[in-house]
Design a binder for this molecule. Structure first.
Ligand code: TPP
Ligand code: MG
Length: 604
C-alpha cells in the first residue's frame, strides 16, 4: 500500500482483526487518529484518562482472549498508561501499546512533552515501558514501521503473552511508505508445543500412586482447552482441585471435587486440604503467588512431589522446589498426563466423600453471614444475592480492596471465564475501567464490576465513556465510605492507629445519573438481587450502590501475621488481647487447623 506511516499501522491492524483502539488523542498522535478516520473496521474508543484506556485494553484482551490495543500521546499520555500496561504484563495479556513521540528532528532538544530519553531531563518512553512489556522500541523511519509492527504483534501473542510497546515519532507516522501489507499470520506456537514425554510419564506415575493428591489451577489453566482438560484429568484421578484467585472457576465451584480458591481469601475447604498433608501437588499455570500460598507457607509444599506445569519455564521451581517441571500450554499438558494415566490403567481412589464432608464442615460457599438479614448488609450476603441474580454467562470483573475478598470467597461460579481479575498488580480502579473493555470484546455477555467505593472514585469518570458508546455495563459498588482494606490493616497491624482511610462519599446514585447512567441503591435484604436483575435489562450503564457493614472484615489477619513473620518482626498485632487470641484461632483454623496438626504428628 501507498500512504502515510500511520495509515500503514491502521491497515496492518485491520488485517490482524483489531476492532477497537482505546486512547486519548494529543497533538503528536493526531496522524494516527487521522488514519483511523478512514477505517470502517477499527473504532477509536475515547476514554477519560489514558489509565482507563490501558485498563480497558487489558479487560478487552482478558474477556475476548484477543489482542487489546491502546494509544496515548507523547509524555503525560504515555505516563498515564503505565499502571494499565503493568497490569496486563502481570496478567500475561497481549496488548499493543502505541505512543506518539516528538518528531525525530526534535529529539534531544527539549521539545514540549519530549519523552525520547535523549538529552537532559526528558523521560524515555522506551525506558519506562521496558520493565512492563515484553518488547519496546522507538521506530525511527517510516519504512521500518511494517516490520516493527509485525515483530511486536508476534512477540505479544506468542509464548507467554504480554504487552508490547511501539513509540512512534510524529514525522515517522506522517512520512510516506510504499510497501505491501504482510499479515502476521495465525502462528501460535503456545497451543501446539508437546511436553517432554518422560516428564509426562513421571507426573502420571506420581499422581496415579498418590494417596492425598491435589491439583492447584491458576490463570494458565483457564485458557483455551485448559478447563476441559482439567475436568477430565481431575475426574479420572478423583483428585480434589483448588484454584488460585486468577484461576477461580477453572473447575466449576459446584463440582464435587472442587475446593474453590486457596490462599488469603480462599475457602476454608481449600486452605485446610492444601495445607493439611497433600503428598503430590499438580500446580497448573500458577506462579504460586504470595496470596495463593499464604506468603509461601512451607505447608503448601507437598510431602512427596510437586509437579508444575507452566507456559513459561522461568516460573517452574521459582517458589518451591519442584520434582517434575512441564513446560507448555495447560490444556495440552493436562491431556498428555491424562493419556499417560490411562496407559497406567487409571486409579482407584474414591475420595469424593471425604471432600463432600470437608466442604460441609467448612461451610463451603455457605457461611452464616451469607444468610444474614441485618442492615447495613453484610458483604457476604451481597455476594449471595449477586450469585442468585447473575446468569452463568455474566463476566464479573473484580477490583482491589475488600471487595476482591468477598468475590473470591463468597461468590460461587461455575465457569472458567466468569471472574475476570487483574489482581496481579492489584491497581485500584483497574476493574472499574476494564469492565468497559470486556463488554466491547464480548457484547453478547452481561458485564459487571464488583468494586469498592475507593476503587470507583479512582476511575469512575469512565462511566461516562460507557454512556458515550451506549454500553450496558454494571458497577456494583460496596459502600463503606472508606478504604476498608487499609483500615483493616491499621486495626490489626498498627494498633488501630487509623489514618487517611475515610473520605467524603459522593451520592453514587446522583453521580451515576450525572455521568449519563442509571443509579440504584440497594439497602435491604433482597434489594441487591432485584437491582442486579433490573440492571441486566438496562440499555446503558448502571451503578448499584450497596451500603455494607463497615466492620465486616475478610480474613486478613493471617496474612498480616505471615507478612510480619516474613519481615522477621515480632508480630505487632500479637498481644494477649482478645483480638489477638481470636486472630490466632482464625489463623490456626484457616491454615488447616486440627487436621494439619494431626497429619504433621503422623508424619513425624
Ligand atoms: C492504585 C492503588 N493505590 C493504592 C492501593 C492500596 N490499596 C489497596 S486496597 C485499598 C483500599 C480500597 O478501598 P475501596 O475500594 O473502598 O475498597 P474496600 O476495601 O473499602 O472494600 C488501597 C488504598 C492499590 N492497591 N492501588
Ligand atoms: Mg471502601
Amino acid at each position: 500500500m501507498k500512504g502515510t506511516g500511520a495509515q500503514l499501522v491502521v491497515r496492518c491492524l485491520e488485517q490482524e482483526g483489531v476492532e477497537h483502539i482505546f486512547g486519548v488523542p494529543g497533538g503528536h498522535l493526531l496522524a494516527l487518529y487521522d488514519a483511523l478516520y478512514d477505517s470502517d473496521y477499527i473504532k477509536a474508543i475515547l476514554t477519560k484518562h489514558e489509565g482507563g484506556a490501558a485498563f480497558m485494553a487489558a479487560g478487552y484482551a482478558l474477556a475476548g482472549d484477543r489482542l487489546g490495543v491502546c494509544c496515548a500521546t507523547v509524555g503525560p499520555g504515555a505516563t498515564n498508561l503505565v499502571s494499565g500496561v503493568a497490569c496486563a504484563y502481570m496478567a500475561s495479556l497481549p496488548l499493543l501499546v502505541l505512543t506518539a513521540q516528538v518528531g525525530t528532528g526534535s529529539l534531544g532538544r527539549g521539545a514540549l512533552q519530549e519523552a525520547g530519553g535523549i538529552g537532559l531531563r526528558t523521560p524515555s518512553h522506551t525506558a519506562i515501558f521496558s520493565s512492563i512489556t515484553k518488547h519496546t522500541e522507538m521506530v525511527l523511519r517510516s519504512d521500518m514501521l511494517g516490520e516493527a509492527l509485525r515483530r511486536s504483534l508476534r512477540i505479544a501473542q506468542t509464548g507467554r503473552p504480554g504487552p508490547v510497546h511501539l513509540d512512534l515519532p510524529a514525522d515517522v507516522m506522517r512520512g510516506t511508505v510504499d510497501e505491501p501489507i504482510v499479515p502476521v499470520g495465525q502462528y501460535r506456537p503456545r497451543l501446539h508445543c508437546l511436553p517432554d514425554p518422560d516428564a509426562v510419564k513421571e507426573a502420571a506415575r506420581l499422581l496415579a500412586h498418590a494417596h492425598t493428591p491435589a491439583i492447584l489451577a491458576g490463570a494458565g489453566a483457564r485458557r483455551g482447552q485448559g478447563p476441559a482438560a482439567l475436568l477430565a484429568l481431575a475426574e479420572m484421578l478423583e483428585c480434589p482441585v483448588a484454584t488460585t484467585l486468577l484461576g477461580k472457576g477453572a473447575l466449576s465451584e459446584h463440582h464435587q471435587l472442587a475446593l474453590g480458591p486457596v490462599g488469603l481469601y480462599g475457602t476454608r475447604a481449600a486452605n485446610e486440604y492444601l495445607r493439611g498433608g497433600v503428598d503430590v501437588l499438580l500446580a497448573v499455570g500458577t506462579s504460586l503467588h504470595e496470596f495463593t500460598t499464604h506468603v509461601w507457607d512451607p505447608a503448601m509444599r507437598p510431602s512427596q512431589a510437586l509437579i508444575h506445569i507452566d507456559i513459561d519455564p522461568e516460573q517452574i521451581g521459582r517458589n518451591y522446589a519442584t520434582e517434575v517441571g512441564l513446560v507448555g500450554d495447560a490444556g495440552v499438558v493436562l491431556s498428555a498426563i491424562r493419556d499417560a494415566v490411562t496407559l497406567l490403567g487409571g486409579v482407584q481412589r474414591p475420595k469424593e466423600q471425604l471432600i463432600v464432608r470437608l466442604k460441609e464442615q467448612t461451610e463451603y460457599f455457605d457461611e452464616p453471614a451469607m444468610h444474614s438479614s441485618t442492615t447495613p448488609l453484610k458483604p457476604q450476603r451481597v455476594m449471595a444475592e449477586l450469585e442468585q441474580a447473575l446468569p452463568d454467562s455474566a463476566m464479573i470483573f473484580t477490583d482491589i480492596g475488600n471487595s476482591l475478598a468477598w468475590v473470591e470467597r463468597n461468590l460461587r461460579v461455575s465457569r472458567a471465564d466468569q471472574v475476570m481479575s487483574l489482581a496481579g498488580l492489584a491497581a485500584m480502579g483497574s476493574g472499574v475501567a476494564a469492565v468497559i473493555g470486556g463488554k466491547l470484546a464480548r457484547p453478547d455477555r452481561p458485564a459487571i464490576c464488583v468494586c469498592g467505593d475507593g476503587d470507583l472514585q479512582m476511575h469512575g469518570m469512565e462511566i461516562a465513556t460507557a454512556t458515550s458508546y451506549g454500553l450496558p455495563v454494571i458497577w456494583l459498588v460496596l459502600e463503606n465510605g472508606m478504604l476498608g482494606m487499609i483500615k483493616d490493616v491499621q486495626v490489626s497491624s498498627y494498633r488501630n492507629r487509623r489514618i487517611a482511610h475515610t473520605f467524603f462519599q459522593p451520592d453514587l446514585v446522583k453521580l451515576a445519573e450525572a455521568l449519563g447512567g442509571i443509579g440504584l441503591r440497594a439497602v435491604a435484604p433482597g434489594e441487591v438481587r432485584a437491582a442486579v436483575e433490573a440492571a441486566l435489562s438496562a440499555t446503558g450503564p448502571v451503578v448499584i450502590a450497596v451500603p455494607i457493614d463497615p466492620d465486616e472484615m475478610p480474613p486478613t489477619k493471617p496474612r498480616m501475621l505471615a507478612i510480619e513473620r516474613s519481615m522477621g518482626l515480632p508480630p505487632v498485632s500479637e498481644s494477649l488481647s482478645l483480638g489477638g487470641i481470636r486472630a490466632l484461632w482464625t489463623m490456626f483454623h484457616e491454615s488447616g487447623g486440627l487436621r494439619r496438626w494431626l497429619s504433621r504428628r503422623r508424619r513425624r
